[in-house]
Design a protein around this ligand. Structure first.
Ligand code: HEC
Ligand code: HEC
Length: 500
């Protein structure tokens, strides 16, 4: 069948995508968000080489971008390169949505804040992430600037000093202590505005589109979701359902728990008894005897909560699972949990499943270990893999297959067809055209050579017409793929060759 004119009508399906605000493409940043972005990516440190993004890279889900570090100690060096902190960088995305740190009387537990131990409470600037952003610039094991004024001076000398003026209505200044405080706080507020923007929190994962009804999960992903909410009880702490007002799920309830994660023996902090701060004191006087106190350690510093410190030792904040699998390439290594003990999602799921029935190293902090919700889940290997497959659907930047209707001089096609994709071989996208002569439920799926489904391009009821689907193979490996259409009684498969 040949078409004289090819009119592209955007299908209702595609319109639905555009109308959906929650899962839409990132919008332009406001001046305040742009300022925050500049501050986030600028190297404001002493020595002058480190930015927030050095430890929170968007391509790695806003966490540490050096695979070699992730595979070992998982802690990033400071601007003074011999100095190391004690924890793995968590994702900086979705952190602005954490409530202000507080004790919940109903549940009798602590909720909210930023950092693994909650100490960026949000009490100062009204948002934990804004409070958090004030810390790293001055932290001697992170950006190591000498003072707030030293940070302000670098912003004053930056290319975005004019943007600052536009946002705050006046040039940056640090004449007296009050101006220094005010303008330093403004840095935190601008960074938090960027971190709250749709560029950092786009809610554009495959799972988000699935919740909006725009894409199907594969069978394995669907099974993983079922286990995540059911047998494996993951959603007890990492909620997967939209909120009461339809807010997309954050995969954290912002509470704290001690899972019994073992020490990471490669944590460089254990050697920080021999590295010193400017005042001559060691960074970690306890050396290899140090145990991460987590939430309990923070509570000890606050008189109103210090009597609850003991029962919260070793507890760490439930991290969001959004972007846990986001990485620049298939083999790129990431670390998981507060000390980066786990090196793959399979590793950590296996820990949840078997902590109490297989041999694992002792917990870093033996008190307060949660023995109710994990440790012996009775999952099979295939079930563990399904949960991992589900977590892989939580990476932002998922590209929806695009379906277009091709109208042909008002005539419907007279027979079913699935045409050879074009271009072929392709990289990374190709167009697939098919015809249906009568209304039908259509599925168009892509399988790899092992027969595993890798994409569902169409799974919906369609009216008689010709359609064009653009498939973006994204991160998939080079090789042969099979495209199969099912419509009515019609089934056809074509071969497609991805060459990278
Ligand atoms: C040297 C690496 C490093 C640098 C530089 C750094 N961070 Fe972090 N970030 C970390 C680590 C490690 C943690 C966890 C620390 C802890 O829990 O004690 C963290 C925690 C966070 C969190 C908390 C997330 C949550 O859910 O609790 C946010 C947000 C964040 N950083 C943003 C920033 C911003 C903004 C900057 C720049 C001003 C920055 N980071 C600079 C390593 C770094
Ligand atoms: C009782 C609450 C709870 C349950 C149930 C739970 N988690 Fe967690 N999860 C946490 C806490 C707390 C952490 C951080 C622990 C730490 O760092 O010591 C965490 C960390 C993680 C991380 C690491 C994320 C990162 O950025 O480092 C992954 C992945 C994860 N959980 C997946 C799961 C899966 C899958 C399940 C179900 C099998 C599950 N969780 C069940 C509380 C829970």
């Amino acid at each position: 069948m040949s078409f004289k004119t090819v009119i592209v009508i955007t299908a209702a399906f595609v319109l639905a995508i555009a109308a959906s605000a929650a899962a839409g493409p990132p919008s332009d940043l406001t001046p305040m968000e742009q300022l925050g972005k500049k501050l986030f990516f600028d190297k404001i440190s002493d020595p002058d080489w480190m930015s927030c993004a050095t430890c929170h890279d968007p391509d790695v889900g806003w966490t540490g971008p050096i695979a070699g570090i992730n595979m070992k100690g998982a802690v990033y060096r400071g601007a003074v390169p011999v100095r190391f902190g004690n924890r793995k960088p968590p994702s900086a995305a979705y952190a602005t949505l954490s409530p202000i740190f507080h004790y919940d009387d109903v549940e009798s537990l602590f909720i909210g804040g930023n950092f693994w131990d909650g100490r960026a409470t949000g009490e100062r600037l009204g948002n934990p992430a804004a409070d958090q952003a004030l810390g790293p610039f001055l932290n001697p094991v992170e950006q190591n600037n000498a003072s707030k004024q030293a940070v302000l001076e670098q912003v004053e000398d930056s290319k975005y000093a004019k943007l600052w003026e536009q946002v705050w209505g006046e040039p940056i200044s640090y004449e007296d202590a009050a101006e220094i405080e005010m303008n330093y706080d403004r840095i935190g507020l601008a960074i938090a505005a960027y971190e709250a923007s749709s560029e950092v929190n786009p809610f554009s994962s495959k799972y988000d589109y699935y919740l909006e009804g725009m894409v199907e999960l594969t069978e394995q992903e669907e099974w993983g979701l079922e286990l995540f909410n059911g047998k494996a009880m993951c959603s007890a702490c990492h909620p997967s359902e939209p909120g009461l007002g339809g807010e997309p799920p954050l995969f954290t309830d912002f509470s704290y728990d001690n899972l019994g994660v073992p020490k990471n023996p490669d944590n460089p902090f254990y050697e920080m008894d021999e590295v010193f701060l400017d005042d001559g004191s060691p960074i970690n006087p306890m050396g290899s005897a140090w145990i991460d106190p987590g939430l309990g350690g923070f509570l000890q510093t606050r008189p109103e909560w210090s009597d609850l410190a003991a029962e919260n030792m070793g507890k760490h904040k439930v991290p969001t699972l959004r972007n846990v699998d986001k990485r620049p390439g298939g083999g790129f290594g990431k670390a998981y949990a507060h000390n980066g003990f786990f090196k793959s999602l399979k590793d950590i799921v296996h820990f949840y499943n078997t902590r109490d029935v297989e041999i694992w190293p002792d917990p870093e902090e033996p008190s307060n270990v949660n023995i109710d919700e994990l440790g012996d889940l009775g999952l099979t290997d295939a079930e563990e893999n399904a949960i991992v497959a589900f977590m892989k659907t939580l990476s932002d930047g998922y590209r929806l297959p695009q379906v277009k209707t091709i109208a042909s001089d008002q005539q419907s096609p007279t027979s079913y067809n699935l045409a050879q994709n074009y271009p072929n071989p392709f990289n990374p996208w190709t167009d697939i055209q098919y015809d249906i002569p009568q209304d039908a439920h259509v599925t168009l799926k892509v399988y790899n050579v092992l027969g595993a489904e890798v994409a569902t391009l169409v799974d919906t009821y369609q009216t008689a017409n010709s359609y064009l689907v653009r498939w973006d193979a994204g991160d998939l490996a080079s090789g042969m793929y099979f495209c199969t259409i099912d419509a009515g009684d019609f089934r056809k498969t074509t071969k497609m060759l991805l060459m990278k």
